[in-house]
Design a protein around this ligand. Structure first.
Ligand code: ATP
Length: 220
């Protein structure tokens, strides 16, 4: 079974997240995608950060009716900042019978902005050794070229690009795949700003997420 792991602050989950993961699930024939909200995101400021339990509830409610999407609270259970390498290892170590009939092949999904930030992540080299990555490009006109130079300069000179397959391969590291996802102009920042300004967020987040934001009075 092929499964995607998609981490984020999800402050809150929005239709941009949902649109891209639906697209990647189909494009890479992933049977399942696990979304894991970061408990204490090391890269984002805590201003306007909704409590982890509320962000988790919003993710859970937002994907509840979608087939093949699951929410994981692994980062909620760990203390301290959430590091992706620890989460990958938690997924790999957990008994596969709890999620599938055979040991899953995991893929780490990330937006290009997160990918370009990866040099600041803990144990980035271990991440590239541990798990194939799918980088989601949102219609950037520059295409793969900036990713190729970034990998060459900051990750390893040993990666080779197969342009037809949009895939970087390496003898000691896991592949990095590129997926061109539809451009959806929604961000969590935009949602928080609209809520603060009493503007509608309908069509931008799933209805269940909007209900939680209202009920819990988040982002005011
Ligand atoms: P914020 O506006 O608070 O910075 P965000 O909308 O980027 O948040 P995150 O939870 O930080 O949301 O994003 C998790 C991942 O989803 C990141 O890898 C990011 O690149 C990706 N992502 C977020 N919004 C979109 C979108 N509209 N299209 C494609 N990828 C997205």
């Amino acid at each position: 079974m092929d499964a995607g792991l998609f981490g984020g602050t999800f402050n809150p989950l929005h239709n941009g997240h949902i649109g891209i993961i639906k697209y990647v699930k189909q494009a890479f024939h992933l049977q399942k995608i696990f979304l894991f909200p970061s408990a204490t995101p090391p890269h984002k400021s805590a201003i306007d950060l909704a409590p982890i339990q509320d962000r988790l509830d919003m993710v859970r409610a937002g994907v509840a009716e979608l087939d093949g999407f699951y929410t994981s609270d692994v980062e909620l259970k760990r203390k301290g900042p959430s590091f992706t390498i620890d989460t990958i290892n938690d997924f790999k170590r957990s008994p596969f019978e709890t999620i599938s009939q055979s040991p899953p092949n995991f893929f780490l999904l990330m937006g290009s902005d997160a990918f370009f930030d990866i040099t600041t992540w803990k144990n980035q080299e271990l991440i590239f050794k541990a798990i194939p990555i799918i980088v989601m490009l949102r219609g950037e006109r520059t295409g793969i070229a900036p990713i190729a130079s970034f990998i060459d300069e900051h990750i390893s000179k040993g990666y080779k690009l197969n342009i037809r397959q949009k895939k970087f391969t390496h003898e000691q590291m896991q592949p990095v795949h590129i997926c061109n996802v539809p451009k959806i102009d929604i961000s969590s920042t935009m949602i928080r700003e609209r809520v603060k300004a009493n503007r509608s967020i309908k069509e931008l987040v799933p209805a269940n997420v909007e209900n939680i934001i209202k009920k819990k009075d988040l982002y005011k």
